[in-house]
Design a protein around this ligand. Structure first.
Ligand code: GAL
Ligand code: ZN
Length: 660
């Protein structure tokens, strides 16, 4: 089990390095992400490399038994580069060029940046390729975190080239972008620009293509580095750290280019939904890697520095969320960062080694304890988490859904995902995320929350899934546009009308503060928020209808048999309990049973051939008794676990390997 954090020894004098390695051993650290922001130290002037200090650091780590996730150091270009080539700095939509002095100040399309980064990576890879401590490559850092897109002239030219490849003819681009609207028809490629700041909404199809382009432009930067590393060290795995439900990058495309998917996760300790949100991040990360074990690359021991108020993690929460990551498929738990900085913008961000004396530091105590415990979790390594339920997520649809100028701007992709994820999480039904064009045949239940944009392939895929016996739940405002963000004509939602057995006659979004009453056929009542729709059923049956208002008596939730399967449609945002009931019925119809444990306890199982390991995680700040069905051993402390009730302390965890 990998354990460690970002290590920035260049911020410290050399005697501290010795102390670091000693403390790493004490904490059970076995991997550090090294030199993520070290470019200006590694290449103090153009073409002059200084690896000598890093050699010494790596040697010390190696002697201490700590392996290295070596960074390519390209996330923060050095002052000499932007000084010599200010044109490599990124430009915002309003034409403002960002200055150096923080980090990530580069235009993703800049040949100056790309060449300089490539040369640095080449030099690093050549120098360190053979070092036995080298365990993994850490490419860049949180691509797009601060600068998701650049609107400069270089980017404009790159965008045009990207468009030419996509559309080939200008006529096709004009058609795809609907440029006959508002006199936007282009007569030459040179006229095309990124969607810079305009008097009102820029062309939505242009914005959508620019979002695709911007994700691709950064992916090219990653690919330039990856190709160099893969050539020099074919056997060393390559990763770059993702940022969970991060809109700017199409992580399906990115994850396909990684050996190991890794993620940074910073749930807010003051948010009561954080446990659920962190679980969702874990499930996404595992799904991006197609089920392979992943690494929690960054989390905090305690406070961050970047919220308006940075509350601490209460005792036990850091440990709990670490186990939660492992439960959901991580084979490694790492932190930002090893030693808390003394200078710079992140000196008030917590770390594994805090500023104060360690002897009295609860953080340090917890870090050491966790390291010791994770050391006993090797039986978990390589095991998998399997799910019967998938929630669909497509970045392109997300981008299109949240473009402005809609019936309502209250339909937010992540909120819609969460609405469906929450009841499944609370029932301890494990969920994968899947791309709508992915093979869904392994799932019994598929949920499509506000899948606004669909390709023909995705529409056919969902139809096939249901026809062949699957159960699909589709949320409102799905299937509305094609990949160019053009309305799919023929009645909403045209590609799903047959599948769902209905048409949407009209959208009736709800004003802030208003809601709709919904009555289920079985007598239960519920509340609808955000959105309602007028439906015309064409084969579907109504499971619930609106009550009161203009939609009084009209269907709100429907069911339709299609081929061997069943498709449900939910035309409003049902309240949590109602959605929980609905999903509960569908799960039990598929034989997917909730795990019956006290509320606030999370249960996830990792399996490998011949072994099953159950994680029991108490998110509450009181002790709970959790029923255990199969005896085993608790890998956390080696204690035997008997059939019956197992007591979990506040924020306590157990990792029960069955059959021992
Ligand atoms: C991440 C980043 C780290 C550090 C951390 C602070 O976004 O990768 O370098 O800035 O946040 O929380
Ligand atoms: Zn640019």
């Amino acid at each position: 089990m990998v354990y460690g954090g970002d290590y920035n020894p260049d911020q410290w004098p050399e005697d501290v390095w010795h102390e670091d390695v000693r403390l790493m051993r004490e904490a059970g650290v076995n991997l550090v992400s090294l030199g993520i922001f070290s470019w200006s130290r590694l290449e103090p002037a153009e073409g002059r490399y200084d690896f000598e200090w890093l050699d010494r650091v790596i040697e010390l780590l190696h002697e201490g038994g700590v392996r290295v996730n070596l960074a390519t150091a390209t996330a923060s270009p050095p002052p000499w580069l932007s000084h010599a080539h200010p044109e490599m700095l990124p430009v915002m939509a309003d034409g403002v060029r960002l200055w150096p002095g923080a980090r990530q100040h580069y235009c993703p399309s800049s040949p100056v940046y790309r060449d300089a980064a490539g040369r640095l990576v080449e030099a690093i890879a050549t120098h360190f390729a053979a070092h036995p401590a080298l365990a993994m490559w850490h490419v860049g850092n949180e691509y797009a975190c601060h600068v998701p897109a650049c609107y400069c002239d270089v980017s404009a030219e790159h965008f045009r080239a990207w468009l030419q490849e996509r559309y080939e003819s200008l006529e096709d681009l004009n058609r795809a972008w609907g440029t006959d609207f508002w006199s936007q028809r282009y007569s030459s490629w040179e006229e095309i620009l990124p969607p810079r700041r305009t008097p009102t909404w820029p062309n939505p199809s242009q914005q959508l293509d620019f979002a695709r382009f911007s994700s691709d432009a950064l992916l090219e930067c990653y690919e330039i580095e990856r190709a160099i590393l893969a050539e020099k060290t074919p056997d060393v795995p390559i990763t770059t750290n993702f940022m969970a439900f991060f809109k700017p990058l199409d992580y399906w495309a990115w994850a396909a280019r990684e050996d190991v998917v890794s993620i940074d996760s910073y749930p807010d300790p003051s948010d009561p939904a954080s446990g659920m949100r962190a679980a969702m991040v874990g499930d996404l990360t595992r799904s991006l890697g197609r089920g392979r074990p992943w690494i929690l690359m960054e989390q905090t021991t305690n406070r961050v520095n970047w919220r308006p108020v940075n509350v601490p993690k209460p005792p036990g929460l850091m440990r709990l969320w670490s186990y939660q990551a492992v439960a959901r498929g991580a084979d490694g738990v790492m932190f930002f960062q090893w030693r808390q900085s003394r200078a710079g913008a992140e000196k008030h961000h917590s770390a594994m080694v805090p500023h104060g004396p360690l002897s009295s530091s609860p953080t340090w105590h917890d870090v050491v304890k966790l390291g010791r415990e994770l050391g006993g979790l090797d039986p978990v390594l390589g095991s998998r988490v399997s799910a019967d339920v998938a929630i669909l997520l497509d970045w392109e649809s997300w981008w299109a859904l949240e473009l402005p100028s809609k019936p309502s701007n209250r339909v937010v992709q992540v909120e819609q995902l969460e609405a469906y994820y929450r009841p499944l999480f609370e029932a301890n039904v494990t969920v994968d995320f899947a791309h709508p064009e992915a093979d869904l045949s392994g799932y019994k239940l598929v949920v499509a929350p506000s899948l606004y944009l669909v390709s023909d392939a995705a529409a056919a895929n969902l139809d096939r899934f249901v026809s062949q016996g699957g159960r699909l739940v589709m949320g409102f405002f799905s299937g509305i546009v094609d990949p160019f963000d053009h309305i799919r004509l023929g009645g909403y939602p045209a590609p799903f009308a047959q599948l769902l057995g209905l048409h949407v006659v009209d959208f009736l979004p709800l004003a802030v503060g208003s809601s709709a009453k919904v009555h289920f056929a079985d007598g239960a009542s519920a509340q609808g928020d955000v959105w309602t729709e007028q439906l015309r059923l064409e084969g579907a049956e109504s499971l619930a209808s609106y009550s009161g208002g203009v939609l009084d008596g009209q269907p709100a939730v429907t069911r339709h048999k299609h081929g061997e399967g069943t498709a449900y449609y939910v035309s409003t945002q049902l309240d949590g309990p109602a959605l929980a009931r609905l999903l509960g019925h569908l799960c039990s119809a598929e034989g997917i049973e909730p795990v019956k444990v006290p509320a606030g306890v999370e249960v996830v199982t990792r399996t490998a051939p011949g072994s099953s390991i159950q994680f029991l995680l108490n998110h509450r700040d009181v002790a709970v008794d959790v029923p255990v069905e199969d005896a085993g051993v608790n890998l956390v402390d080696g204690a035997a676990v008997h059939r019956g009730l197992l007591r979990l302390p506040p924020h306590g965890v157990a990792v029960v390997r069955e059959g021992w």
